[in-house]
Write a protein that binds this ligand. Structure first.
Ligand code: MG
Length: 397
């Protein structure tokens, strides 16, 4: 029988998205940042939305901060995306499944959050909101038990994390000690043969700069069609591309299945950053859509759901390398054999130095040094909320 204090209050805050630096909404950056410089997207077929993802609203939701306070005053929190609409769902709908309850009931709380919203949820924004609550609940549990989340997940299976870097400068990532560099693809099918040649020229330039052994990958952010992705994979294979990431729409399971069959032997097909829940990942796994699944723990259903997703992948012999998400994935990755390395998002505007991924929202956010990181042994996720940032609680109760 748990002797933990009951949950007293759930609160959802938003952080104004004004391009002053993203935090959990890491796409909310100012001009000149590599992450918004002509990245290939499914909206790039419209020339007016091709240059900037902010032009079609990638940063429109902003950051969500969830706080869960126990009766003894201990507060757990988490940050993710989803902004004001997610704050509405947390306060008006999900909070009822937590307040007055024992914080150790993570499975029951998750189940009630998911099935009570299923008629309008299942993926996307609603599961994003559920993820934020679930992460805050794990943080609270860790603080109440005085244990890091990784200890509650079964304990570390290795001493430190090893990282690849995502950003426009794999050559800088190599100098900084990362094991690989994942580049954004800049040109999609609407830019034709010339765009394809430019993509390959950028890869070739980085191959020449980084040498033969450094991992290079393309992140295609759902921008391609099957034919383009197949051609890109075969041409890029000649330049030693390690994997092709999220080439197609996350709804196109059949396309991923075909791409994995079409891809050159030895090249990995990866996806899942915009997939959610055990059921979505079951589709990817059973249809043999990819070699690596990349759930974002802040979007896929939180730690409680990632446990199930990761176990399915493990049984299938598929790696689970979470998308970004900083400390929220580090605590998971260090406990799993089928997560042998982790992603680090280079949030410096030029992708040329290591800065905290969710800067400036978290205090004490650890970053890799020489491409490696020992997950700090502190209660919960081991970070504090930076309260110097203006938090707005739109649906206070
Ligand atoms: Mg990606």
């Amino acid at each position: 029988m748990s002797r933990l204090p009951k949950i007293k209050h759930v609160r959802a805050f938003v952080v104004k998205n004004d391009g002053s630096g993203g935090g959990a909404d890491y796409h909310d950056q100012g001009d000149g940042h590599w992450i918004d410089d002509h990245i290939a997207t499914p909206m790039a077929k419209y020339p007016e939305y091709r240059q900037s993802r902010r032009s079609f609203g990638i940063n429109v939701l902003g950051t969500l901060v969830v706080e869960i306070e126990a009766e003894n005053g201990v507060v757990g929190f988490a940050v993710t995306t989803g902004g004001e609409p997610a704050a509405y769902i947390v306060e008006k709908h999900l909070a009822r499944f937590l307040e007055g309850r024992d914080p150790s009931e993570v499975e029951k709380i998750w189940d009630q959050m998911y099935f009570s919203t299923q008629y309008y949820g299942r993926k996307g924004l609603v599961v994003n909101a559920i993820s934020g609550v679930d992460l805050a609940l794990w943080d609270l549990l860790g603080r109440l038990r005085q244990e890091p989340v990784f200890a509650m997940l079964g304990g570390p299976v290795r001493d430190e994390l090893t990282f690849y870097a995502t950003g426009a400068r794999p050559d800088k990532a190599k100098e900084l000690g990362f094991i690989g560099g994942k580049m954004p693809l800049h040109h999609g099918p609407a830019e034709g043969e010339e765009g394809l040649r430019k993509n390959l020229a950028e890869l070739e330039a980085m191959r020449n700069a980084c040498g033969d052994d450094f991992w290079l990958m393309f992140d295609c952010w759902m921008a391609l069609d099957l034919n383009y992705a197949t051609r890109l994979a075969h041409e890029a294979h000649k330049l030693g591309l390690k994997w092709i990431e999220e080439a197609l729409s996350p709804d196109d399971y059949w396309g991923y299945q075909a791409l994995k069959k079409n891809a050159p032997k030895g090249m990995l097909v990866t996806t899942g950053e915009h997939e959610a829940t055990r059921w979505g990942f079951r589709m990817l796994l059973e249809m043999e859509c990819c070699d690596i699944i990349q759930p974002d723990v802040g979007w896929c259903g939180g730690v409680t759901e990632l446990i199930k997703i990761s176990a399915m992948a493990d049984a299938k012999g598929v790696l689970m390398i979470p998308h970004g998400s900083s400390v929220y994935s580090y605590h998971f990755v260090v406990t799993r054999h089928n997560s042998p390395f982790a992603e680090f998002l280079m949030m410096a505007p030029g992708a040329d130095e290591v800065v905290p991924m969710f800067h400036p929202q978290l205090i004490g956010e650890p970053v890799p040094v020489n491409g490696k990181l020992k997950v700090p042994d502190a209660p919960g996720f081991g970070v504090e909320l930076n309260r110097d940032i203006a938090l707005h609680r739109p649906y206070a109760r």
